[in-house]
Ligand binder design. Structure first.
Ligand code: FES
Length: 109
């Protein structure tokens, strides 16, 4: 069971691969995503959550990703004049997650 407004990393080993997934609950809503920031790979488990707009804010450069859609929604103004190539980022990889009878299920494609 995941406590509300908390998150933790789980380590999966499917098919000899290692996948680190960040799971959590924001305002009662579960989420699951890859633990690594799509910008430069920082561990998102060290990041903060914006509860008001459902975003995870990467601790390394403060890019903000929507925790439901995975979309990059904000790059802080301090990076405005940074090289456009440096600012490029894929979206965050999101996984389906459900909680049933005190068990957590994450759908890994
Ligand atoms: S590594 Fe996450 S914002 Fe740059």
């Amino acid at each position: 069971m995941i406590k509300n407004n908390s998150m933790e990393v789980i380590h999966l080993r499917p098919d000899n691969k290692i996948i680190d997934i960040l799971i959590g609950k924001i305002n009662g809503k579960l989420f699951a995503c890859e633990n690594y920031c799509p910008h430069r790979g920082a561990s998102l488990s060290k990041s903060t959550i914006s509860y008001s707009n459902q975003r995870i804010i990467c601790y390394l450069h403060d890019f903000e990703y929507n925790i439901s859609t995975g979309k990059l929604e904000n790059i802080p103004p301090k990076w405005l004049h940074q090289n456009p190539e440096w600012k490029k980022s894929n979206d965050l990889v999101i996984y389906k997650i459900i909680e049933k009878e005190n068990n957590i299920y994450v759908d890994i494609p």
